[in-house]
Write a protein of this length. Structure first.
Length: 95
């Protein structure tokens, strides 16, 4: 998993997280219905105190901070291991 935690975001155009659609080249945009999964990417505005988590293999980047203030965010890659859930409620998962 990859993620970003937004510590400080200035007002204005301080940049967006872009996550690219790995299936975009397989989508044929020949109809008028254009749901998000048919888009080449999703642009996400951050929010102070927010934690965004997404699949690590997804290509991603951040656009330029066009303000005069610092944008402070912490990005990371991690993995989950161990036991999650409960066997009796059928939510058990061993990673």
């Amino acid at each position: 998993m990859s993620g970003v935690y937004y510590v400080k975001l200035p007002k204005g155009d301080c940049g967006k997280l872009r996550i690219y659609n790995p299936m975009y080249s397989y989508n044929y945009n020949s109809d008028e219905y254009n749901p998000p999964y048919k888009q080449p990417r999703v642009d996400i505005n951050g929010k102070e105190g927010a934690l965004l988590i997404f699949r690590a293999p997804l290509l991603h980047d951040v656009t330029k901070n066009n303000t005069k203030e610092d944008r402070i965010s912490l990005s990371f890659n991690t993995f989950v291991s161990g036991n999650w859930g409960d066997r009796t409620s059928l939510t058990y998962l061993k990673l």
